[in-house]
Design a protein around this ligand. Structure first.
Ligand code: CTP
Length: 405
């Protein structure tokens, strides 16, 4: 879809309504045309003037203003994407029941575009069977109800129900607009993902590392969590990235730490993805004290390296020994003969699938976009076109989850 899109930001009556202001800005800065449709209750938290100023468009809640423009039908018909943030228990119940008692619910009843709801409520309300039944109804109808974050709520209590951050909602919504509703194909699946780069110490100050940002691994974890998976993320050195909702994040530094963390959790996983950029070699001996230019020049100018374990190959060996039943997906970064090298690497590593990226000319590492081919041990080859790493992750899962059936 080319920009600008017509994005409707629905805002329901919860304290997280103030965060909708950042979401509106995010879409505006991305070049979208934004129409804000708050419920009457949302206006108790944020005034219409704020929404009008941020969106540059008029703001109405009811269906009896600008009646000549038939707004209750037109706003929904013209929308390319509808995002409701925060989505309260009440607004989800009304949407699930097919009500059309204000402009937001009328708009949703008319719309045929992708719809994303970002819930925000107390944990008890989120877990209540009535809310969960409504969430299921909405998801079955193709509406994407995002998993809320786990964290501190309005009071001192904590649990699932906190609204995702506006930047996360914007990114996930754009992904849904491109790839379709997330669906729940990974419900009940235990997914173990490694992400980021490893660091191998030379001394307490210096290390050997790489340019990995961890973005692709985190994006895979985020989409898996949104598709219902129980996610464990083993993360090396990464940029500052959002923790996927409900995910366990284990921080590691060196390749050997990463190997231990992955091996310990492999038995309990259904799907393992090795997205980490693992350092192939490490200094033979790391110095306990800082090496000095003068006295330690020899040690600094020539660092003897030893090879690190191949974590992916080790996981495949574990499976062959019956210690895990997980399906195993690897990555391959190649600069030349990308597909041929990828095919050979898939065979060598014994994984079920390999996502082959071309990293020639600085592409991929640390960049927000990616592309490649997902190769299967069965000879399959799916091209994943260039896109933001989260879109790439959603397309990868569409292929990987087919193997669950
Ligand atoms: N990998 C691993 N352990 C290593 C090196 C790589 O588990 N010591 C994993 C990576 O996480 C990735 C896959 O193996 O999923 C391929 O990584 P890549 O660096 O492309 O391959 P290498 O095995 O290092 O081969 P080469 O550098 O010779 O291309």
């Amino acid at each position: 879809m080319t920009q600008p899109r017509n994005v409707v930001v629905g805002v329901a009556g919860g304290i997280a309504a103030y965060k909708a202001c950042h979401l509106i800005r995010d879409f505006k800065e991305g070049g979208d045309d934004v129409r804000v449709v708050p419920t009457h209750n949302a206006l108790n938290f944020v005034g219409a003037a704020t929404f009008e100023a941020l969106s540059g468009n008029p703001v109405d809640s009811g269906v009896f203003t600008r009646v000549d423009e038939v707004q209750h039908v037109r706003v929904g018909q013209e929308a390319d994407l509808i995002v409701v943030a925060p989505a309260t228990a009440d607004v989800m119940a009304r949407i699930a029941a097919g009500r059309a008692d204000d402009l937001l619910t009328s708009t949703i009843l008319v719309a045929t575009c992708p719809i994303v709801l970002a819930p925000a409520m107390h944990t008890e309300m989120w877990l209540n069977p009535a809310t969960q039944a409504n969430v299921k109804t909405l998801r079955d109808r193709g509406i994407t109800v995002l998993e809320p974050a786990h964290g501190r709520l309005t009071g001192a209590d904590s649990g699932p129900g906190r609204m995702l951050e506006p930047a996360q909602i914007a990114e996930l919504s754009r992904t849904v607009a491109q790839t379709g509703p997330f669906g729940r194909a990974l419900e009940g699946q235990r997914v173990l993902i490694s992400a980021g780069g490893t660091q191998e110490n030379i001394d307490p100050v210096r290390f050997i590392g790489n340019h990995s940002s961890g973005r692709q691994g985190f994006a895979l974890a985020e989409i898996a969590a949104q598709k219902g998976a129980q996610v464990t993320l083993v993360a090396g050195d990464t940029d500052e990235l959002y923790t996927p909702p409900g995910a366990e994040v284990v921080r590691v530094s060196s390749t050997r730490e990463l190997e231990t963390a992955m091996n310990e959790r492999a038995a309990a996983a259904d799907i393992i993805i090795m997205a980490a950029a693992v350092a192939d070699f490490r200094p033979q001996a790391a110095s306990d004290s800082k090496l000095k230019k003068g006295s330690d020049s020899d040690a600094l100018s020539r660092i003897d390296l030893v090879e690190n374990p191949d974590v992916l190959r080790g996981l495949v060996d574990k499976r062959e020994a019956g210690q895990t039943a997980a399906r195993i997906v690897g990555f391959a970064a190649e600069t030349d003969n990308v597909l041929d090298n990828g095919r050979a690497k898939l065979k060598r590593k014994g994984a079920d699938m390999l996502m082959v990226n071309s990293v020639a000319g600085g592409a991929v590492f640390g960049q927000p976009r990616n592309s490649g081919w997902l190769l299967g041990a069965d000879g399959s080859e799916v091209e994943i076109p260039d896109g933001p790493k989260q879109v790439v992750a959603a397309r990868m899962w569409d292929v990987i989850e087919r193997g669950n059936k």
